[in-house]
Ligand binder design. Structure first.
Ligand code: NAD
Ligand code: G6P
Ligand code: MN
Length: 441
């Protein structure tokens, strides 16, 4: 069996140790010969790398390991690049969230003005990674989950149309795990699903078991009362703010009881509620810095110091095994059905063929093939057209360095009440992002 060489771009990410442990627990189906880390922050990456070196040595010393900030060393001789970078890190995420809140507008990592600001930072950073891969390992695939995935996907579609990048999100997977729990199923893979939308902006239209029985009625009964909240202890999205998001899915569902919604729609349908329930001085970025980042980095330091992971509390990020599923589908031509963010190209028939949509695809060695969704209803179509226009305007604004187009993008975002508020937010964001955005004219 061929052994693969993996590069994790964003080696210093809080998700890296969990993903390394996950990779090490799937070696029987996805054998590895090399794991490399790449990051542009050597100091941050070293904290994670020093611990992961121990984890790899303990579990499989035959796998070679290195961490580097040098693109040539990183991208040479790799089969898969798993990318989870955060351009501007948490310091900029905090500003993405707090600047809009000054104007009583939702401040969120990937939605609304915050997502637009993050997109303007991520486009250049992601194109750089794509170009390194093309230069040093042109046969490789990049499995990207760096956010905002919708804008990154549109940017690579438009500006690097031949690149071998696949964009994927774990939110539908997380929600499906809650659905499986509601249905008392062992695994979300016991469900056959249909779904369409954009990234962080979609709907399930059908959920059946493998015998063809409709599971939607049971799910709808639950969601009508409790949203996606479940009694069982889950391992991801467990903070109070996430529980609130899962509960709020009840009100999101009420808008269209024929489908089951992605939780992110809460920011588009109930922005007033979100603003009211956000502390403008302590947003999600603060929760993550005080929670996940402190915890993961603390455990990493302990492991590096002891040169042993005994007693360490880092867990296998099993939810992230979809990344191995995707790599296996590409490597072994499994034709597994997976939700990916791909160019529409007729999958949603009554929708812009050039839009990047999130739909089920069959994944084989030639990449993904989207399944046909057919026509979608007016409500979803209207919402998606508006949001796609926002995402396309952001990419055009970045490519053309256009202030006008970015102002239009912000004005078109459902969460922004007026062009004047859009302009005020934009001017603040430009100031905050001057080290990251192209200069706008
Ligand atoms: P993090 O800040 O802990 O890690 C990101 C790392 O990327 C940092 O070490 C940083 O130094 C590095 N980085 C930033 N810019 C870079 C560049 N230009 N080149 C190389 N490295 C760079 O962030 P995190 O919270 O662990 O999240 C990582 C990413 O994964 C984020 O983009 C997040 O939104 C994304 N994510 C996506 C999904 C999904 O569903 N698609 C799920 C989880 C996380
Ligand atoms: C979900 C989304 C990701 C997002 C993450 C944010 O998993 O699918 O795209 O990055 O949530 O989580 P956080 O805990 O950083 O707010
Ligand atoms: Mn996501």
């Amino acid at each position: 069996m061929k052994k693969f060489s993996i590069l994790i771009a964003g080696g210093g990410s809080t998700y890296t140790p969990g993903i390394v442990l996950m990779l090490l627990s799937h070696l029987d189906r996805f054998p590895l010969r090399s794991i490399k880390f790449y990051d542009n922050d050597a100091e941050r990456q070293k904290i994670v790398a020093d611990a992961c070196e121990v984890l790899i040595r303990e579990r499989n010393p035959e796998i070679s390991f290195l961490a580097t900030t040098d693109p040539e060393t990183a991208f040479t001789d790799v089969d898969f690049v798993m990318a989870h970078i955060r351009a501007g890190k948490y310091a900029m995420r905090e500003l993405d969230e707090k600047i809009p809140m000054k104007y009583n507008v939702v401040g969120q990592e990937t939605c609304g003005p915050g997502g637009i600001a993050y997109g303007m930072r991520s486009i250049g950073a992601m194109l750089e990674l794509v170009d390194y891969m093309e230069k040093y390992s042109p046969q490789a695939w990049m499995l990207n989950y760096s956010n905002p995935a919708a804008i990154v996907a549109e940017a690579t579609r438009k500006l690097r149309p031949d690149s071998r990048i696949l964009n994927i999100c774990d939110m539908p997977i997380g929600i499906e795990r809650h659905m499986a729990e509601i249905l008392h199923l062992d695994s979300r893979k016991d469900m056959d699903i249909s779904y369409y939308g954009l990234n962080h902006f979609g709907w399930w239209t059908s959920i059946k078991d493998h015998a063809g029985n409709d599971l939607m009625p049971v799910l709808k009964e639950h969601i009508k009362e409790k949203g996606y909240c479940v009694e069982a202890q889950m391992y991801q999205h467990t903070d109070d703010s996430w529980t609130d998001t899962f509960r709020k899915a009840r009100d999101v569902y009420a808008l269209d009881p024929d489908t089951l919604p992605n939780t992110y729609l809460k920011y588009y349908f109930y922005p007033d509620y979100v603003v009211e329930h956000t502390d403008p001085a302590y947003t999600r970025a603060n929760q993550v810095m005080d929670g996940r980042e402190k915890f993961v980095f603390g455990e990493c330091r302990k492991i590096a110091e002891a040169q042993s992971s005994e007693g360490a509390d880092l867990h296998i990020d099993e939810h992230a095994s979809y990344i191995v599923d995707l790599a296996c589908a590409l490597a072994y031509n499994t034709k597994e059905k997976m939700l990916l963010i791909v160019e529409n190209n007729g999958a949603v028939q009554n929708f812009d063929p050039t839009a990047m949509v999130e739909v089920p695809c069959l994944v084989g060695s030639d990449g993904p093939q989207a399944l046909c969704i057919g026509d979608i209803p007016r409500f979803q179509k209207g919402l998606m057209e508006q949001q796609v226009a926002v995402e396309k305007l952001v990419v055009e604004a970045w490519a053309e360095q256009s202030y006008q187009k970015l102002w239009q993008a912000l004005t078109l975002s459902r969460m922004v009440p007026s062009a004047s508020v859009a302009k005020a937010i934009l001017d603040d964001l430009i100031e905050a992002n001057k080290d990251y955005w192209p200069e706008l004219k």
